[in-house]
Design a protein around this ligand. Structure first.
Ligand SMILES: Cc1ncc(COP(=O)(O)O)c(C=O)c1O
Length: 380
C-alpha cells in the first residue's frame, strides 16, 4: 500500500503494513513463535522463516517500514541501538581505519575505542562539524566514517552530502546515526550515506517504554549479508513484542516530531534570552554555527537541545534539581520532557562540559515547559 511518492506523514502510517490474512485484523498481531514449520523436504518453508533468533514476522514488518521511511534497500533491527552499532562495526571484514566524529554518543566512542581498536581497527576522532577535517583525515585505509548528526549532546551538525562525496572518493563507507533527527526530519541515504542507524529506543518507539536499534542499508550487498549473519549468530535481534511496539510508535512519528520540534524551538528561543546562560545548542537557532547546513539537510530541527550555564557545574545541578515538569533522567525522544546533566552520567572521565544540561523536549504545552525553566533559572 505504501509507495515512495507518498508524503512522509502518509508513508509513516502505512509503511510495512500488510493485511492479516487469516483474521482480517487491521492492527498487526504479535507473533511469539520461536520456531516455524519446515517444508516437506525438511528445509525452510517458502515463507522463509525458520527460527526466531534469525528473523520473525514482527521484525520483518518493522524492517519493511524502516526501508520505506528511510529510502533503503534492506534493514535489520536489533535489541538496542548499541547492538546495531556493534553489529555494523563487527560486520566490516578485514581491518583498516574507522573515523568517528568527536561529539558522538558516549557508548559509540567507548565501543570503538575498547572493542574495535583491539580488533585491529585504527580508530580516529575527527571534528564532524567540519567536513574539511574529514577530507584531511580520510585515507586509503579508511573503511568507515561514522557521523552522528545532530550530535549528542552538543547538537552540532555534520554535512552528510559533502561527507558522502568525500567517502565515495576514497571507497569508504559512510554510516550516519540518525537518532536525534529521526526519519521524519532527515534521510541520510538520500544524501549519499551507505547505512543509517537509529536507537529506536528514542523517537521511533517514542514513549520511553521499548529498547531497540536499527540499521537501514542503501544496498543489499556483502556488508548487509555479513551484519545479518552477525546478528543471527550473536542473538542480537529485537524481540517480537519490542518490534511490535516500535512499529506502533513509528505510526505516530510524524505528528510527534512536529510538536517536539515546535516546542524545542520555543524553549531554545526562550533560553537564549536568559542572562544566566552562556550558550544554547540548538541547530534551529540562526545563531547556531551549523544552522545553514542543518537547514539544508533537515526538514526541521528536532526536539533535542542543550545549554550551558555561566555558573558552571553547581548552577547546572541546581537548575536540573529545581525543574519540576522536566524529569531528571537519561534517554530522550519520549512524550515527556527530560533533563540530564550529561557529565554526571559519563563516568570517571566525562567528555561533556560540566556546565551543560541536555533537554529532551516532550509533547507538553510549550508555555508550561518555559514556565518551569523560568522558575528553575530564577533559583540561581
Ligand atoms: C545518538 C545515540 N546513538 C546511539 C545510542 C544507543 O542506543 P541504545 O541506548 O538504544 O542502545 C544512543 C543512546 O542514548 C544515542 O543517544
Amino acid at each position: 500500500m505504501a509507495s515512495e511518492s507518498m508524503k512522509f506523514s502518509t508513508l509513516v502510517v502505512h509503511a510495512g503494513a500488510e493485511p492479516q490474512p487469516h483474521t482480517a485484523a487491521v492492527a498487526d498481531s504479535i507473533h511469539l513463535s520461536t520456531t516455524f514449520v519446515h517444508a516437506a523436504d525438511g528445509k525452510r518453508a517458502p515463507a522463509g522463516l525458520e527460527y526466531q533468533r534469525e528473523a520473525h514476522p514482527n521484525a520483518l514488518a518493522l524492517e519493511r517500514a524502516l526501508c520505506s521511511v528511510e529510502g533503503g534497500a534492506e534493514s535489520l533491527c536489533f535489541a538496542s541501538g548499541m547492538a546495531a552499532i556493534s553489529a555494523l562495526m563487527h560486520g566490516l571484514d578485514g581491518n583498516g581505519e574507522v573515523l568517528i566524529g568527536t561529539d558522538v554518543y558516549q557508548g559509540t566512542r567507548t565501543l570503538a575505542r575498547e572493542f574495535l581498536q583491539p580488533a585491529g581497527f585504527n580508530v580516529r576522532e575527527v571534528d564532524h562539524a567540519d567536513s574539511d577535517a574529514f577530507e584531511r583525515a580520510i585515507g586509503p585505509l579508511t573503511r568507515l566514517v561514522w557521523l552522528e548528526t545532530p550530535s549528542n549532546p552538543l547538537l552540532s551538525v555534520g554535512d552528510i552530502a559533502r561527507t558522502a562525496l568525500i567517502c565515495k572518493a576514497h571507497s569508504a563507507l559512510l554510516a550516519v546515526d540518525n537518532t536525534f533527527a529521526s526519519p521524519a526530519l532527515q534521510n541520510p541515504l538520500r544524501l549519499g550515506a551507505d547505512v543509517v542507524m537509529h536507537s529506536t529506543t528514542k523517537y521511533l518507539g517514542g514513549h520511553s517504554d521499548v529498547m531497540g536499534g536499527a540499521l537501514v542499508f542503501a544496498r543489499n550487498d556483502r556488508l548487509f549479508e555479513r551484519v545479518a549473519h552477525y546478528r543471527h549468530l550473536h542473538g542480537a535481534l529485537l524481540p517480537p513484542f519490542s518490534a511490535w511496539l516500535t512499529l506502533r510508535g513509528l505510526r505516530t512519528l510524524s505528528v510527534r516530531m512536529d510538536r517536539h520540534t515546535r516546542n524545542a524551538l520555543g524553549v531554545a528561543e526562550y533560553l537564549a534570552t536568559r542572562s544566566e546562560i552562556e550558550r544554547v545548542n540548538y541547530p534551529g537557532l540562526a545563531s547556531h554555527p551549523n544552522h545553514a547546513v542543518a537547514a539544508r539537510q533537515m526538514r526541521a530541527f528536532g526536539g533535542m537541545l542543550s545549554f550551558q550555564l555561566k555558573g558552571g557545574r553547581a548552577a547546572a545541578l541546581r537548575v536540573a534539581d529545581a525543574l519540576d515538569l522536566f524529569t531528571n533522567a537519561t534517554s530522550l525522544g519520549g512524550v515527556e520532557s527530560l533533563v540530564e546533566h550529561r557529565a554526571s552520567v559519563e563516568g570517571a572521565q566525562p567528555v561533556t562540559a560540566d556546565n551543560l544540561l541536555r533537554l529532551s523536549i516532550g509533547l507538553e504545552d510549550v508555555d508550561d515547559l518555559i514556565a518551569d525553566l523560568a522558575q528553575a533559572l530564577d533559583t540561581l
